[in-house]
Design a protein around this ligand. Structure first.
Ligand SMILES: [Zn+2]
Ligand SMILES: [Zn+2]
Length: 208
């Protein structure tokens, strides 16, 4: 496990590889020396440059940070300004294996809320091989399409109660039958109707 302070350096340097204007937080010289000693960076004219090992580690930290941002925004409904700060703490908690599960839950997002690319993981590559579709809201489905409820993007307790009363819970099989004039879908043998406001809050792992 890499020290959180070293991870921050690797994260900033990796982000700067694809975005030259990406800000770099101030680096403590002791941490920098430790990063160099562990083979993550080498110093060129006093400036740190990522080694191959550092690039690999930096890519993972950036992936965790950006997935944490998506998790905070999409599932935990944290406003963007707060999400940025929380993501910095969160990324250190997302341990190997867990990040692929979060990525799968979110439907292998390509970009973070800031529009920056999320480095791909093993889960994204196998999802592409198995033709698993992205997670999308119910309102973007096609009539006749089915899938599994991934998550509910609301924290309004009345909406949550309404959705739960219909049996819409993560993991439920759902089949969309009509899109107009309102969204009609089946869960098990029961049919339900929701308006657009609710339909855009139900995220489904669609099957083709
Ligand atoms: Zn971001
Ligand atoms: Zn993935």
């Amino acid at each position: 496990m890499i020290d959180a302070k070293i991870e921050e350096i690797l994260e900033d340097l990796f982000a700067r590889e694809s975005e030259p204007t990406h800000p770099i937080r101030s680096m403590n010289t002791d941490v920098l020396a430790a990063a160099a000693e562990q083979g993550f960076v080498r110093l060129e004219n006093g400036l740190p440059v990522l080694t191959r090992k550092g690039l690999e580690a930096g890519e993972k930290v950036v992936r965790r940070h950006r997935l944490a941002e998506c998790l905070l925004r999409d599932i935990l409904q944290v406003p963007d300004a707060e999400a940025e700060e929380d993501a910095c703490h969160f990324e250190h908690l997302l341990r190997p294996g867990l990040e692929d599960r979060v990525c799968t839950l979110l439907g292998h997002p390509l970009t973070c809320p800031h529009g920056r690319t999320i480095p791909r993981g093993e889960c994204c590559r196998s999802a592409a091989r198995d033709h698993v579709r992205e997670v999308g809201p119910l309102c973007d489905g096609r009539a006749g399409q089915s899938g599994v409820v991934a998550y509910l993007s609301t924290r309004d307790s009345r909406e949550i109660q309404k959705l739960m009363a219909m049996g819409i819970l993560p993991g439920s099989d759902i089949r969309l039958t009509r899109l107009f004039p309102s969204y009609i879908f089946a869960i098990g043998h029961s049919q339900f109707t929701v308006d657009h406001t609710l339909a855009e809050k139900i995220f489904v792992h669609w099957r083709d």
